[in-house]
Design a protein around this ligand. Structure first.
Ligand code: S3P
Length: 168
């Protein structure tokens, strides 16, 4: 297994903010799969969804992980919330490194994403229901892929960060 640290979890679970802090703390480069895809495709995520659909975006996620396995080590890698849903991707994530699942409640997600228009899957008439339904469907995938699970609701940010001290 490679020595990357991979953050997985639902939209709004804090992968990006935890990723940034951990990257700074451990002096390791942060790679965000959404940013990687946007840079390679020269399009934003909403544009990719709109022009080519979700299935195409999922193919790009698989391609991204395959490429990272070939090229990266000793990185912090933050992943898109839907990436672990594909079984193939879960296997690939284990080749890439240690997988940390940041677990949050649907309420936390809603509070963090309610003003955000950059997540196409949550642009629905009832985002709370969408979050609950999607989270319910994905829960098993996150649990299945996780080497470690950390709760990241409310005030738990410092506790989450302290887990990563061991990698210094
Ligand atoms: C998605 C999550 C997003 C992004 C895309 C789809 C999902 O990433 O990959 O909008 O299916 O959960 P974040 O989890 O960083 O918001």
């Amino acid at each position: 297994m490679k020595d990357n640290i991979i953050l997985v979890g639902f939209m709004g679970c804090g992968k990006s903010s935890v990723g940034k802090r951990v990257s700074y703390m451990l002096k390791r480069t942060l790679i965000d799969t959404d940013v990687w895809i946007e840079q390679h495709e020269k399009m934003t995520i909403p544009e990719i969804f709109e022009k080519y659909g979700e299935a195409h975006f999922r193919d790009l996620e698989t391609k991204c992980i395959q490429e990272l396995i070939r090229t990266e080590h000793n990185r912090i890698i933050s992943t898109g919330g839907g990436l672990p849903v594909r079984e193939e991707n879960r296997k690939l994530l284990h080749e890439l490194g240690q997988v940390i699942y940041l677990k949050v409640s649907p309420e936390t997600v809603y509070q963090r994403v309610k003003h955000d228009t950059g997540r196409p899957l949550l642009q629905t008439p009832d985002p709370v229901a969408t979050i609950c339904e999607l989270m319910d469907r994905r829960k098993e995938c996150y649990e299945d892929v996780a080497d470690v699970t950390l709760s990241n609701d409310g005030e738990q940010f410092d506790e989450v960060l302290s887990y990563f001290e061991q990698f210094r």
